[in-house]
Design a protein around this ligand. Structure first.
Ligand SMILES: *[C@@H]1O[C@H](CO)[C@@H](O)[C@H](O)[C@H]1NC(C)=O
Ligand SMILES: *[C@@H]1O[C@H](CO)[C@@H](O)[C@H](O)[C@H]1NC(C)=O
Ligand SMILES: *[C@@H]1O[C@H](CO)[C@@H](O)[C@H](O)[C@H]1NC(C)=O
Ligand SMILES: *[C@@H]1O[C@H](CO)[C@@H](O)[C@H](O)[C@H]1NC(C)=O
Ligand SMILES: *[C@@H]1O[C@H](CO)[C@@H](O)[C@H](O)[C@H]1NC(C)=O
Ligand SMILES: *[C@@H]1O[C@H](CO)[C@@H](O)[C@H](O)[C@H]1NC(C)=O
Length: 552
């Protein structure tokens, strides 16, 4: 099934204009980056680097009337058509000078690429962990090596096609000489797939509220780096911005009545992310980090002076968790759900008389009660058909009791995933020393050189490492600075999570990766993302003086 959307038609050209075009064209062919001294032509300016690719030495022009031809069982997807329209907006941001001039004269120009063909083999739009994101991309002249002239993306799923579209958009650059979009170093033949199924970014909307539009901008920017999980740390001890229909007083814990998310907002964020191939994993962090719950339901606090961990002795506490999770289940279809479980200081349970009594009646130490709480919350999530994710303290404290389906989320330091996978648990790598974005003094190299598989040599254990996640904790970040704190360093981790390890772990990264990351940072800024300079000593600081985007 091939359906063509109509391409723009052009009228006949005259000799003068086409020789002008050819002159400009040839100039750029031989020195495409003449004004960008930072560009090293032996590098491939795609981020993250594709797994396998070959390129040539031709420069191809792209028709501003680029049309879409779709095929395969999944070709007719709305997600795909919407993505094509988005990417067309990105690729043809500048109006095409020659094209306009030409049209005024009623003339016609021949472009090398006037059609993008996308073939998607499966019609399933189910977005679950491990969904096939692989794709093949050919870009060649009609008479070139490619069977189908122009540009072709082939993928098993619509989500693979989205990744291919992103790569295609990065191959397209606007040439100011010819005022047209060009693909350098064609023909291109790219075969690509991710190294890890889970490539995450944590956003914290409890320490500072982030408006829905800002979250959507961040989701868009994630798709440029092929990140695919938004870990939404929506609530914490400081504020509870989310609407929970079953317990409608919970969002009384928001900072103000204007800093809230309705369930419709949350559902909107999930579908916006899905259209970009991005999972949303929500987090309900218990029993610590939950003080804000008691603003709406003070009974969930052990006492007014002991507000967290939540009251382990009352069934009401678990009723609320159960109601909350049941409501969440209607919004978050991703199979993973995060239950926190970190930094639980149980001292005040012991100093609260009714909790102390309960501990005695049940013959539990506070440490055992922490375990009881986490396992009971896990049971609720599992009964809703979710796979629980917990921060590593739960594994460090009572690994033998955790449900075997548990995904262990590392953060405290190195060496946790090796221990977790040796016991058969799956693991997500987020070592705070290298992958916490709020640690402003960790340079891009720290993010780039981190390796989720470090210390794991056994291939079947390596498979249990789902991937990793960079964490944007919100204590010192809000709308005014969150994007420049995330970017460009999150991109360094994104390449680590996507690209072939051997290809990005050899050589001196100052010459092999840094110029490419600087280039990607400028690509982000061209797309309106407030990405900070790459090599600043402190991550999100603005430039220290005048200079090119490509050299800071
Ligand atoms: C372009 O590549 C072809 C085939 O690899 C080669 O024969 C030709 O010399 C190259 N042209 C230039 C200008 O480098
Ligand atoms: C509290 O819940 C537990 C476990 O579901 C149950 O055994 C117990 O009877 C409940 N207690 C009350 C007072 O409802
Ligand atoms: C209380 O728990 C401890 C340790 O789990 C156990 O050794 C002891 O027998 C228990 N006591 C009662 C009365 O159940
Ligand atoms: C690899 O790990 C698995 C699971 O822990 C174990 O069964 C297997 O024996 C290990 N293989 C080697 C070669 O150590
Ligand atoms: C890597 O390259 C940079 C600049 O090209 C250089 O300053 C640095 O010394 C090199 N590092 C190593 C370890 O060779
Ligand atoms: C260009 O990149 C290559 C790696 O592909 C590197 O060996 C070379 O040193 C770089 N050149 C400059 C001028 O940095």
């Amino acid at each position: 099934m091939i359906a063509n959307s109509p391409a723009k038609s052009h009228t006949t050209s005259t000799r003068i204009l086409s020789s002008l075009f050819i002159a400009l064209f040839s100039f750029s062919l031989f020195d495409p980056f003449s004004s960008v001294s930072a560009v090293n032509e032996s590098l491939t300016y795609l981020w993250p680097l594709p797994w396998e690719f070959t390129s040539g030495n031709e420069t191809l022009s792209v028709d501003p009337g680029l049309s879409l031809a779709i095929g395969g069982y999944g070709g007719n997807s709305d997600i795909l058509r919407a993505a094509f329209d988005r990417y067309r907006g990105i690729i043809f941001k500048h109006s095409n000078g020659v094209y306009l001039f030409d049209r005024l004269r009623g003339r016609r120009l021949v472009y090398d690429i006037s059609k993008l063909s996308i073939v998607v083999n499966s019609d399933s739009e189910d977005l679950q962990l491990g969904v096939d994101e692989s794709y093949t991309l050919y870009v060649a002249k009609k008479d070139g090596q490619s069977i189908v002239g122009g540009a072709t993306i082939e993928a098993n799923t619509v989500y693979g096609a989205l990744r291919g579209l992103e790569t295609f958009s990065q191959l397209c650059t606007f040439d100011y000489g010819t005022k047209s979009v060009q693909v350098y170093q064609a023909p291109w033949h790219i075969q690509d797939k991710p190294s890890f199924a889970y490539r995450g970014l944590l956003l914290d909307t409890s320490r500072h509220y982030l408006p829905v539009d800002v979250i959507k901008q961040i989701i868009d920017s994630m798709s440029y780096a092929k990140l695919n999980v938004l870990h939404w740390h929506v609530i914490d001890e400081q504020s509870f911005p989310l609407e929970v229909p079953t317990y409608p007083n919970l969002w009384k814990g928001a900072y103000t009545k204007w800093e809230r998310y309705t369930i419709e907002d949350a559902a909107d964020i999930v579908s916006f992310a899905k259209a970009r191939g991005i999972h949303v994993m929500a987090e309900v962090d218990v029993p610590g980090h939950a003080e804000s719950w008691g603003n709406g339901y003070p009974d969930i606090w052990p006492s007014p002076s002991c507000r967290e961990p939540l009251d382990v002795s009352k069934n009401f506490t678990f009723d609320v968790i159960s109601g909350l999770l049941s409501d969440m289940k209607k919004i978050f279809p991703f199979e993973l759900f995060h239950l926190g479980g970190d930094e639980v200081n149980t001292d005040c349970w012991n100093s609260t008389p009714h909790v102390k009594q309960w501990l005695q009646d049940h013959n539990l130490t506070t440490k055992e009660a922490y375990r009881y709480f986490v396992l009971r919350a896990q049971d609720i999530a599992i009964s809703l058909n979710w796979t629980p994710v917990n921060w590593e303290e739960t594994f460090n404290t009572f690994a033998e009791n955790l449900n075997p389906r548990t995904v262990v989320h590392n953060w405290l330091g190195p060496g946790v995933c090796p221990k977790a996978v040796a016991r058969g648990f799956r693991c997500i790598f987020s070592n705070q020393g290298v992958w916490y974005l709020d640690h402003l003094d960790v340079p891009w190299e720290g993010f780039y050189n981190a390796e989720p598989l470090e210390g794991i040599d056994n291939a079947s254990e390596q498979k249990l490492v789902l991937g990793g996640e960079v964490c944007m904790w919100g204590e010192t970040a809000d709308t005014s600075n969150v994007q420049q704190t995330i970017w460009p360093r999150a991109a360094a981790a994104a390449e680590r999570l996507w690209s072939k390890k051997e290809a990005i772990s050899t050589g001196n990264i100052t010459s092999t990766a840094l110029p490419r990351l600087e280039y990607f940072r400028c690509l982000l800024t061209q797309r309106g993302v407030q990405a900070a300079p790459v090599t600043n000593k402190y991550a999100r600081y603005p430039p220290t003086g005048p200079g090119s985007c490509y050299q800071q």
